[in-house]
Design a binder for this molecule. Structure first.
Ligand code: NAP
Length: 265
C-alpha cells in the first residue's frame, strides 16, 4: 500500500525517514513554496493538487491507501482539502501536528489572526516580524510607518515600506543567537505565530528573558473529525496499524513499536 505524506515540515521528513526504515511504501508531497526545500528521503512530488477534488482524484489514481497530513499548523487550506478529499475517496487520514507553544510566564499577547497581531504590534517601536513571507501584506498597512525587522526564508514577493529591513535565514535558531539579534536590533516587540516545536522556540525564550513584548498569532482551527496526533512516533504507529504491518515484518527490530498492536488514535 502507498501512504501519502503531506509535508513541508520537519515532522513530515522525520516520518518519511521512519517509514523508509520500515520499508513501507510512501511518497511525500510538497507545495513548492520555498526555492530550496529541505527534501525528505524517498519519492517526492511537488506542487498543488488542484483543491480537494484534485487531491481526491490523485488519491484514487495513485492508489493511495492512507494519508498523513503533516503540514505546518498554519497551512489550513491543504488540511481542509485533505479532510474533504480523504472523506470523498474513503481513505484514512491522520493529522500530525506538533504541540503549540506554552506561555510560561503568562505575559504573551495572543492574537486571533495576523490582522489582529498587526494592530497589537502597532504600539511597538522596533518590531521583529517572524510570521513568514506569505502573510507580510497583512502587516504592511498597520505597521507602514514603523521600524520593522522581517525575517523570512526567501525574499518577500511584495514591496515593503522604506523603514522595514529584511533578514534572510532559515532556522533552527538557538536562544543565544536570538538574544543577540533582539539586543543588536533594539527590538521591543516580537510578532510570531504559534508554530510550536523546539527549532524556533529560541526567540520566545530570548524575548521572555529580555522583557521584549511577545505577540503570538493563534493557530487556525483544524478540520473537525480528523484524528490528530502530536508525535512522529505515534503517526508511524498509526501507519503500521493501517498498513497491517506486523512487528516481525519490520526490517529493524529495535525500531518496532513499543506495544503491539499500536494504539488507535
Ligand atoms: P495552504 O495555504 O494550506 O495551502 C495552499 C495550497 O497549496 C493548497 O490548497 C494546495 O494547493 C497547496 N499545498 C499546500 N501544501 C501542500 C503540500 N504539502 N503538497 C501539495 N500541495 C500543497 O499552505 P501554505 O500555508 O501555503 O503552506 C504551503 C506548504 O508550506 C505546506 O506544505 C506547509 O507544510 C509548508 N509550510 C507552511 C508554513 C506556514 O507558515 N504556512 C510554514 C512552514 C512550512 P491545491 O489546492 O492546488 O492542492
Amino acid at each position: 500500500m502507498t501512504v501519502l505524506i503531506l509535508g513541508g515540515t520537519g515532522e513530515a521528513r522525520a516520518l518519511a525517514a521512519a517509514l523508509d526504515d520500515d520499508a513501507i511504501e510512501f511518497e511525500s508531497s510538497l507545495a513548492g513554496r520555498v526555492r530550496n526545500p529541505r527534501l525528505p528521503v524517498g519519492p517526492v512530488r511537488i506542487g498543488g493538487f488542484g483543491g480537494a477534488e484534485g487531491l481526491a482524484r490523485y488519491l484514487n489514481e495513485r492508489g493511495i491507501r492512507a494519508v498523513v497530513d503533516a503540514t505546518h499548523p498554519f497551512a489550513a487550506g491543504i488540511s481542509t482539502n485533505a479532510a474533504g478529499a480523504c472523506a470523498a475517496a474513503d481513505v484514512p487520514l491522520l493529522r500530525l501536528q506538533r504541540p503549540g507553544w506554552h506561555d510560561r510566564h503568562g505575559r504573551w499577547t495572543w492574537a486571533d489572526d495576523h490582522h489582529a497581531a498587526a494592530n497589537a504590534a502597532a504600539t511597538g517601536r522596533r518590531i521583529f516580524l517572524s510570521t513568514g513571507r506569505q502573510t507580510l501584506d497583512r502587516f504592511v498597512g498597520p505597521l507602514a510607518a514603523h521600524d520593522v525587522l522581517v525575517r523570512v526564508v526567501d525574499p518577500p514577493a511584495i514591496e515593503l515600506p522604506p523603514d522595514w529591513s529584511v533578514l534572510l535565514g532559515r532556522g533552527p535558531y538557538g536562544r543565544e543567537e536570538e538574544r543577540s539579534l533582539l539586543l543588536d536590533n533594539r527590538i521591543d516587540t516580537l510578532v510570531t505565530k504559534d508554530s510550536g516545536g523546539a527549532l524556533t522556540r529560541g526567540k520566545l525564550d530570548a524575548a521572555d528573558e529580555l522583557g521584549v513584548r511577545v505577540i503570538v498569532v493563534r493557530r487556525p482551527a483544524t478540520p473537525r473529525g480528523v484524528a490528530t496526533v502530536d508525535s512522529v512516533a505515534t503517526a508511524r504507529d498509526w501507519v503500521l496499524r493501517v498498513a497491517e504491518v506486523r512487528p516481525a515484518d519490520l526490517r529493524s527490530a529495535d525500531r518496532r513499536p513499543s506495544s503491539w498492536p499500536p494504539a488507535a488514535h
